[in-house]
Design a protein around this ligand. Structure first.
Ligand SMILES: C=CC1=C(C)c2cc3[nH]c(cc4nc(cc5[nH]c(cc1n2)c(C)c5CCC(=O)O)C(CCC(=O)O)=C4C)c(C)c3C=C
Ligand code: FES
Ligand SMILES: [Fe+2]
Length: 421
């Protein structure tokens, strides 16, 4: 089975909720939006009336660009209590697990060409999207591209310093949009990136007296699971792969949508990700007129605790065993290639199926339909002028994290209802 963990953490450790004593906002200012609601002058006043420049910041997990970066990447990943809660000992246990796992994961990156392509694709997608936005939304132009990764370069802190260097914040104000590149929201992914952004914003922009005058005005695109442009881009990739089968077989090909799994502890805490992934799948199938039978399955579980299934590798094996040898795997929760597609799906699942009818739809990568979709999503957000989606203001029913609470208060910029608290 793919990705069985060699490390041994107790179930208790893995399921520990951890992170209960995280500090509250460093600001201590009375204004919950900490300056977001105050009118701040833009970075440069434009005589044409543009409200720009606007910083467009892509948030994602990142990946090691070379095998030499794998240990640092894994250390940050296992140190993240929003992803893998290990309690008070997180900062000791995390790096230990990372070190033990490094050589196995290095080998996987070396088998896919020596590193993760996520930085290359993220920078390309963001630059292209900004070019489109400059034409679509001259009133907020120029749009400047930035990438902030959670576990690899460029890290959130680096991106923030770059914003300062480019004339945003530091007393000069300016507008920045945090645009998650996870189409479906999970507190372990987008939530973690927002917590990190909130942390650095407080560290770098809060003055000693609690004043945040001239700080960057942030808004968030926090999810876009069923945006028609995303749906269209995925559907076109499925159609392209379907065309490689003889016409008379085509409608019988089973579509297996595959998303990164979540520990059941996270699902049961109330994480929105499984429902949003299902929404994407349904929208893609609707666009494809439900011509093919399909299933959603889950990949890449790590460690000994219970994860959401059915697992992708088991699903492929079982169908092939039963004679269903025409299958298209469709990555549905990540917008570029990474080890989960290039290694786990291509080199493990498809290779082990040993059947020429088992194939994979392309990842979105530099697909122009997808990049137009990103621009459409960003344009709608800029026009709407809302700080984040209404959905982001609701915490998971099982959430006990002060960090989540404070982060949501900051980005939503309004009092949350007592139901949420
Ligand atoms: C939507 C995508 C992802 C979700 C949700 C997600 C949750 C999640 N992941 C882990 C643990 C690990 N993930 C690792 C790598 C990894 N994860 C995703 C995406 C999601 N993770 C990607 C794209 C990658 C690969 C990055 C790349 O190739 O560029 C790893 C590291 C690899 C390994 O050691 O196996 C771990 C660990 C948890 C615990 C979790 C939900 C709580
Ligand atoms: S864990 Fe989901 S809001 Fe905190
Ligand atoms: Fe993951």
């Amino acid at each position: 089975m793919a990705f069985r963990s060699p490390f041994r953490i107790s179930r208790q450790l893995l399921s520990a909720t951890g992170v209960r004593s995280v500090t509250r906002s460093f600001l201590g200012c009375g204004d919950r939006r900490c300056g977001l609601a105050t009118a701040v002058p833009p970075v440069t006043q434009d005589v044409t009336g543009s409200k720009g420049p606007t910083a467009m910041v892509f948030l994602n997990m990142g990946g090691p660009s070379t095998t030499g970066e794998v240990e640092d990447f894994l250390s940050r990943l296992f140190a993240d209590g929003d992803l893998i809660p290990l309690g008070r000992l997180q900062s000791y246990i995390g790096p230990l697990i990372a070190r033990r796992r490094t050589s196995k994961i290095q080998k996987q990156y070396s088998d896919i060409g020596g590193g993760s392509p996520i930085r290359k694709w993220s920078e390309f997608q963001c630059e292209q999207m900004c070019k489109l936005l400059d034409k679509m939304s001259p009133e907020t132009a120029p749009h400047k591209p930035y990438v902030a990764f959670r576990y690899a370069a460029p890290l959130t802190e680096t991106m923030y310093q770059q914003l300062f260097a480019d004339g945003f914040g530091n007393g000069k104000g300016g507008r920045a949009v945090a645009f998650t590149q996870y189409p479906q929201y999970s507190c372990s992914t987008t939530g973690s990136s927002l917590n990190e952004l909130w942390k650095w914003r407080n560290r770098l922009e809060a003055k000693g007296n609690g004043s945040t005058e001239g700080a960057i005005q942030w808004s968030v695109i926090d999810r876009w699971p069923s945006h028609p442009g995303l749906v269209e881009a995925v559907a076109q990739n499925v159609e392209a792969q379907l065309k490689t089968y003889p016409e008379e077989q085509r409608d019988k090909v089973v579509l297996l949508f595959s998303a990164h799994s979540l520990p059941m502890s996270v699902v049961n805490r109330g994480d929105p990700y499984p429902a949003e992934v299902a929404a994407t799948v349904h929208a893609v199938m609707q666009r494809l007129n439900f011509r093919n039978p399909y299933r959603l399955c889950w990949q890449s579980q790590v460690g000994p605790s219970a994860w959401l299934g059915a697992q992708t590798s088991d699903t492929v094996q079982e169908y092939v065993k039963r004679g269903q040898t025409d299958l298209i795997l469709v990555p549905i929760a990540f917008t570029s290639d990474h080890i989960e597609t290039l290694y786990e799906l291509d080199l493990e699942v498809i290779h082990e199926a040993n059947s020429p009818g088992v194939k994979r739809a392309e990842s979105l990568n530099g697909n122009p339909v997808f990049i137009q979709a990103l621009a459409d999503i960003a344009h709608a957000h800029l026009q709407k002028g809302e700080p984040c989606s209404t959905q982001m203001t609701l915490r998971c029913q099982g959430c006990r994290s002060e960090r989540c609470l404070e982060q949501k208060k900051f980005f939503a910029g309004k009092e949350l209802s007592s139901l949420v608290l």
